[in-house]
Each structure stands twice: as C-alpha cells, then as structure tokens.
Ligand binder design. Sequence first.
Ligand SMILES: Nc1nc2c(ncn2[C@@H]2O[C@@H]3COP(=O)(O)O[C@H]4[C@@H](O)[C@H](n5cnc6c(=O)[nH]c(N)nc65)O[C@@H]4COP(=O)(O)O[C@H]3[C@H]2O)c(=O)[nH]1
Length: 819
Amino acid sequence: MSMAQKQHLPLLRFLFIEDAEDDALLLIDYFESQGFRFDWQRVDTEKGVIAALQKPWDIIFSDYSMPGFSGVRALEIVRQRDPDIPFIFISGAIGEDVAVEAMKLGAQDYVMKGNLGRLLPAVNRELQETKKRREHRQFNQLLRKLSQAVNQAADSIFITDPAGRIEYVNPAFEKLSGYSAEEVKGKTPAFLYSGLHDNNFYLQLWQAISNGHTYQATFVNRHKNGELFYEEQIITPLKDEQGNITHFVSTGRDITSRIKAEEERTRLTAILNATPDLVAIFEPEGRLRYLNESGRRLLELGVEKDVSRYTIQELFATDKNQQSFAEVLAIAQQQGIWSGETLLQIPRNKELPVSQVVLAHKESNDSIEYLSTIARDITERKRFEAELQHQATHDRLTSLPNRFLLLEHFSSALKNAQRHNYNIAVLFMDLDNFKRINDSLGHTAGDILLEQIAQRLQSCMRANDTVARHGGDEFTIVLNELKEPENILDVLNKLYNAFKHPVIIHNHDVYVTFSIGIALYPHDGDRIEDLLRHADIAMYRAKSMGPNQYCFYASDMNIRGHELLALEGDLRRALVQNEFVLHYQPQIDLRNNRVIGTEGLIRWQHPVRGLVSPADFIPLLERSGMIISVGEWVLHQACKAHRDWRAAGFNDIRVSVNVSATQFNDIDLLDKIRYALREEDMPKHALELEITENILMRDPAGATEVLESINGLGVRIAVDDFGTGYSSLAYLKRFPLDALKIDQTFMTDLTDYSGDAAIVEASISLAHKLDMEVTAEGVETNTQLEFLRTHDCDVVQGYYFCRPLPMPELTNVLHEKTK
Ligand SMILES: Nc1nc2c(ncn2[C@@H]2O[C@@H]3COP(=O)(O)O[C@H]4[C@@H](O)[C@H](n5cnc6c(=O)[nH]c(N)nc65)O[C@@H]4COP(=O)(O)O[C@H]3[C@H]2O)c(=O)[nH]1
C-alpha cells in the first residue's frame, strides 16, 4: 500500500490490554505492516481499562491472562459499557475450552500470539460487523420502545393486513372494545360496526386507505357488551419500499365521555329552555352569565345577544315592606340558599311578581363560585290571591269594602286620629225608600240602584275615607282626619248634593234619600262597635223624624249641626239676594282727633234671623269657599263707599277691609284688587287691607311674596289682631307692613300696672321704631283712650267713639266729626 493510498484510510483507534509492552509493540508493528492508520493505547489494569473506556475505541485487543488482572474481567468491564465494540483475545495457548468460554462471555474472537495470520481477517471482519451489530441493536431497541409505546398507549390501536384482517391490537383497544387480542386476530374490524354509519361511510374509508391516503373520522362503534362508544379514528396505510401497502394502522381516541357530556349539555339546555321558569347563572359579584329562553321572554330581551350587562341586583328587587334584595343575596351567600317572593325588574320600568330561589354555589375554600337562580312568574297567582282577598273584604254587588275591611280601616284611622288629635265620624246610612223600589221595579233594578248609590257615595268621599256596604240597603261611612266635628257638615252637604239628582234605572227616575245616623270619635266612644251601635241608634232617630234626615248620636251636635247646615244653605242665596251689607267703623287719629279712616265690616241681613254676626258666618263662608266672591263684593263695596265720601268732600279718609286666609291664598287676589281699584276709581294709598297675624305666620315665605306684590300696587297693609298669635314684632319686620292693629282683647285690662298694658306699650314703641302706624282696636272707655294717648298710640277704633254703622249713618258721623 502506497503512502497516498494510506492517507485515505480512516484513522482507527486500538486499545491494547496487555501487560507485556513488547507484545503490544509487536502487534503495532504488525498492524502498521498491514497498512492500518491508527491511534493506540495500552493498559494493563482494571483502573486503566475503565479510564480508557471514557474514549471511543474501534477495537480492543486483550491478553487473556496478565499478572494482577485478567482478560475475562477486562471483557466484563467493556461489555458493561458497550455491548458491540469488537473484543479479540490475543494470547498464548489457552486451550479450546477457555476459548469457547471467552466467546460465550462476549469476545468476538480468539487469536494465538503465535498465529497472527488469523488476526487480519478477524479485524477486518469485526470492523464491518460492528456497524451492523450496532444498527441491529439500535433497531431492536427502537422496536422494543415502539411496541412498548403502542402497548401502553391510551389510544386504541389495531393493525391489519392489506385485506383488513387484524394482526395486532393493543391493550387500550381490548379495553375500549371489550374484545381480547385472541378473539379478534385474523378478523376484519366489522365486528365493531354499530349500524349507525351507512355503507357509503365505509366505502369512502376503503377508497381512501386503499389508495394510500390517511382517513380520519369519528366512528360510532359497538362494544362487545352491546353499548355504543365514540372514537376519533385515524387509519394510516403502511407501505413497503416499493410503495405497496403492507398494513393498515388504526389509532382511535375514545371520545365517548365528551360526546355524552355534550349530549347531556344539549339535553339539559333543552330542558332549561323548555321550562316556563327563568333560570339564570350569575358571577359571584352578580353579573349575568347564562339566561334560559324563558328568562329572555320574561325579561322581554328579544334578540339581545349580550346579557352580561345585567346583574342580579338590577334584575330583581323586593317589595318595599320586605327585606332588601341585598339582604336576600347576603342570606343566600351565607346559607347557600334563599327562597321567597321577589319582583323581576323588566327593563323599561315594568315588574313581575315571581317566586324565586337563589343558590350560592361554593368552592371548597368556601368562596362563591357562582350564583344561580330559578324564578317563576306568579302574576296569575297574585291576581288570584288579590281577587280572593278582594272577595273576602268587599261586597260582591257593589265592590265596596265589607264590614271586615271597614273594621280594619277604622282601626288604622283610630291610630292616626289618636296621634294627631283628629275626630272620626261614623255615618250609618239607610235608604228611605228601598223596599218600595224593590217591590215596584224588581230585584234587578234594586241591585242596579245599590251599585249606582255605591258609586255616588264614593265619588263624594276623599280617598282615605271608607264607604262600606253593611248589608241590604245600609251603608256605613267612616270619615277620617276631621279637624273639627263640624266638618262633617261639609260631607253631609256633598252627600245631599250628590243625591239631588235622580238615579235612572230602566228609564225610571228614582230619587234616593237616606236616613243618616252619626257617631263621633272621641265624643261618642273609641271602639268601632260602640260607634257603629251609636250611629245605628242615631239613624233610627233620624228615620223617626221623616225621610232624608240626619241625626247625631250626641244631642248637642244635633242642634249646632242643624243650625250650621241651614245657615250654609241660606248663605248660598245671600249674595244673590243682596242680603249682605257693609258697615263701617271710624278710626280716629289721636294726633288731631279727626277721622283718619273707616273699617268695612260685613253684616248679613237674614230675612228671618235678622242681622247675623260675621263671627257666625265668616267661618262657613271660608269652609265653602264662598268667601272669595263675598270678599270681592266687600272690596268693591268699600271702594264705592270711598268714592261717595270723596264726592262729599272727605278726601283724606282711608277705608280698610279684612282679607281672610282663603282670600289671601287666592292666586287671583292681586288681579281682583287691581280690578276693584280701577273699576271704582279708588286712590291706591287710601285702601288698606287687614291681614291677621296668623295668616302671615302660617307660611311666612309665601306671605312675604303676596304682601310684596300688594305693597307694589301702593295699597296699604295692616296686621290685624296683633298679639293673639305667636309672632314677635321683630319677626314681622320682614314683611312690608304699614300698620299694626293691637287686638281688642288687650284693651279690657289696660291699667298702668297690668301685663296687657306692658305689652301694648312695648308694641307701640317697637312698631314706631319699625316705621309702622299703630291702631288700637276695641277702645270702649276713656281710661283706655287716655292710656293709649299717653303712650303715643296713633289711631284708635272702638265703641267709645262709634259702633260700626251703615254707610248713610257713617257719612253723618263724618260730617259731625269733621265739623
Ligand atoms: N267688643 C268690642 N268690639 C268692637 C269694638 N269696636 C269694634 N268692635 C268689633 O271688633 C271687630 C273688629 O273687626 P276684626 O278684628 O277685623 O274682626 C272681624 C273680622 O275678622 C271678621 N270680618 C268682619 N267683616 C269682614 C269682612 O268683610 N271680610 C272678612 N274676611 N272678615 C270680616 O269678623 C270679625 C268680627 O267682626 P265684627 O263682628 O264686625 O266685629 C268687629 C267690630 O264690630 C269695641 O269697642 N268693643
């Protein structure tokens, strides 16, 4: 072999395990002479071998026996690390048996030191064989790993020959299908068919795989026990080097539980959607996560997709009288469950009564994972309950409250009356002519009549009064919150007015009259039983007086009641029939003893009773609202009188009129004053309006506004009855007032040392400081006059000078006093 040729040979690595260095060199010479290129190392101890094996070797030559070490031990060490590296013993004569034993232990060859001619072919052979051995071993290892993997795989695997006959199935297949390897070997997988795939499905499969393509599908197969299972299967054809199909491998993943879970979910969703109840799931903090179809329908959400913008707190509320929904949630979160009745809040301000269960689903660490709720629409039930409740508490024919509800209303009215010192009136009413109507027109007509009466009665009452049917033709009315017992008269008036017109039944005009008995709380008792009994007694008394009469249980009320009612009726006619007259009382200026003004005071010239005092009818006018038109009449009358006086030469005189609370609150008051001033050509500054202190104090802010407008007109304002109310002069400062009229009650005891005197004195001085003129009312004696004069009172008015007089007589007085 030339040098150049040698250069191309691979560089080999030889390890010599040899105690005799000469022997080793001999071998090296030999290999070099044979043209090998190689690195080498010699070792002769166990340690040396172990260290040398850190490096890779192409071939190892070992002596068989060495002092202190043995070739067999060396072989053992080598094989532990590398089973394929060629190991050749080179030794002296060791005998056949030892040689065989050495081969058994894994040596590749045995060559006698004296016969090296055998060494070369052995080395060449081993260098070639080693590679193959290594590849073979690695292949076997791989195969072992693969078959292990297939055996242990979770996926079910089977392998068939090209005709589809099973050659191998793994344990996962056995488990999934229920068939053992022995049972299925040699068979086609047709035993797995579930019958749920049509022929076309298998045809497509065969076409794909027999053309060498991989086929993937979800198979529904049948277990040996008959049950179905689902597999996501991939079937792959295996080909040899020539491209011929040698096998098919099927790998399948069991997805039965996933499919079942999906089916379960679909089934559950279908059930949830089929239920008429709202079913919803919320995040722990309340955001909506799931809502079933019925929930969407009840909440009128239409096709709105994103429901997560709603929260349980927005969708549900509780009745005002119950615990709040926040409390409901807190209970559910604490105890895991809450159930009761709530209101479903439908967007757009509607609500629906529902019976609801709220569940809080907790995680193992006790925190809330989610909230769920089921709510059932109970509108119908509620309506039914309300209907039942109504039937139990109302009269079937007229729908008025029955006795039971009346008692209930009375007991709450009683509590209210006790708290606010109100009166309650119980009216027992019996139709005077019902029997006759029933007999002549029939029962149906009687029923219609009762219904109509019920409606009319209710239309007369305030919302918090109760009209009940007591049975037959008897009605009971409970009037609440009566400040004065006399206020019943207003109601009686309304009742009489309501039945002034006939009820028309079957084209007949039926005039309805009642006999009414009235009992009062607290005057006649404080138990409804007593009041009803007393009202009943009073009703019989009323009946004995003839039809259409009322009677109080308390006799004193009867006298006053009748009188007032009669007066009120007369009052309505008084204005039309010109029965009112205005008298005038002069007011004297103490600085010059001249008449500075007159106060207009109304009188009623009753055709029968004679002159009626305003104290008796002004409250009635107030209550009926008639004071507005009467007040207007007074204003015009006073201005007219002033025109006459001016014409008679009394130019510097003023005229004042009283303005009542109702007038003061009349929004048209200002217009009416303007109109009177214009119509009667009245100088503004000569008109004075007297307003009582109490009116001002009732609503000071509102009063200031009205007074400022009057003041703006240039009309004077005087505070009347000063001292009877609760105001202080300092307080009155805020109103634009021109004059103060000290009430006549302070005049009676007006000596220098009385308390009244001190009040009057202080009032005069303070009023002057506030730039107000002071008038003393009700001056009857000279002593009073002198006191007032001494204390600088500006103006006086009273019987001492003159009583209120009709216009002509007053004019005479003016003439006299100004002479
Ligand atoms: N004891 C005594 N009384 C005297 C004396 N001098 C005058 N009087 C009476 O004292 C009342 C003074 O009127 P008032 O305080 O405004 O009190 C008036 C006023 O509040 C109201 N009133 C009278 N006329 C009208 C009116 O036209 N409209 C309004 N809204 N109320 C009026 O009726 C109340 C009573 O009026 P009258 O009965 O006319 O009673 C008048 C008058 O006759 C006296 O020296 N001694």
